[in-house]
Write a protein that binds this ligand. Structure first.
Ligand SMILES: CC(C)(COP(=O)(O)OP(=O)(O)OC[C@H]1O[C@@H](n2cnc3c(N)ncnc32)[C@H](O)[C@@H]1OP(=O)(O)O)[C@@H](O)C(=O)NCCC(=O)NCCS
Length: 158
C-alpha cells in the first residue's frame, strides 16, 4: 500500500511538485536541484494507493510524499518531510520517517535531527510517536504573516 524508494536528481520536478502540495510556498525545482547537489543529501518518495484505487482491479500507486535528509559524519538531518493532503493520516509520514532513519543509519549516522515549527502540533505528534525528543530551540526561526514562530530542534538515535 505504501512503498518508499530513493530518487535522484532526475526527480527534481516530481520533488518540487510534491513539496508545493505539502507546503505554501513550496521549494521549486531549482531549489531542489541545489539541495540535492550537496554531498550527502538524499531524497525518498513514498508511493501510496488510495482506498478508492484499492477497489479497482488495477490499483494504482501515486507519489504521495517526500523526505529530504542530509548525512554528515555521524549525524543526519531531515531537511523537509511532507505528505500531500489527500494521503494524510494513512501512515505515509511515518513510513517516510522510518525509511529516512534506516537510510541514515546505513550511511553511518548515529543520530537524526530536525527542526519543526513550535505550532505544528501534527508534525510534533508524528515525531514524538517516532521517538524524537526536544534537544533545543531557535527563537523566531519561521516567518509567518503575523510575525514569527519559534522552531523546536528534535532528535533521536538513528
Ligand atoms: C506532518 C505530516 C508529514 C504527517 O504525515 P501523515 O502521513 O499524515 O502522518 P501519519 O499518517 O504517518 O501519522 C503518524 C502519526 O502522526 C500523528 N499525526 C498525524 N496526523 C495527525 C493529526 N492530524 N492529528 C494528530 N496527530 C497526527 C499521529 O501520532 C499519527 O499516528 P496515528 O495515526 O497512529 O495516531 C503531514 O501532516 C504533512 O505533510 N503536513 C504538512 C507539512 C509539514 O508540516 N511537514 C512537517 C514539517 S517539520
Amino acid at each position: 500500500m505504501i512503498r518508499v524508494g530513493r530518487v535522484g536528481p532526475e526527480a527534481v520536478e516530481l520533488l518540487a511538485e510534491l513539496h508545493g502540495r505539502c507546503f505554501q510556498p513550496g521549494w521549486d525545482r531549482t531549489a531542489m536541484a541545489a539541495l540535492l547537489a550537496v554531498a550527502g543529501t538524499f531524497a525518498l518518495v513514498a508511493e501510496w494507493t488510495s482506498e478508492i484505487a484499492r477497489e479497482s482491479t488495477t490499483p494504482e500507486r501515486v507519489p504521495a510524499g517526500l523526505v529530504l535528509f542530509r548525512v554528515a559524519a555521524d549525524e543526519a538531518e531531515i531537511l523537509t518531510l511532507g505528505v500531500i493532503p489527500e494521503a494524510r493520516r494513512a501512515g505515509v509520514g511515518r513510513a517516510l520517517l522510518e525509511a529516512a532513519l534506516e537510510n541514515a543509519r546505513a550511511r553511518g549516522a548515529a543520530a537524526l535531527f530536525l527542526e519543526v515549527a513550535a505550532d505544528n502540533a501534527v508534525a510534533i505528534a508524528l515525531y514524538q510517536q517516532a521517538g524524537f525528543g526536544t534537544v533545543g530551540g531557535r527563537k523566531g526561526y519561521y516567518s509567518r504573516a503575523g510575525g514569527t514562530v519559534d522552531a523546536l530542534v528534535l532528535a533521536r538515535k538513528a
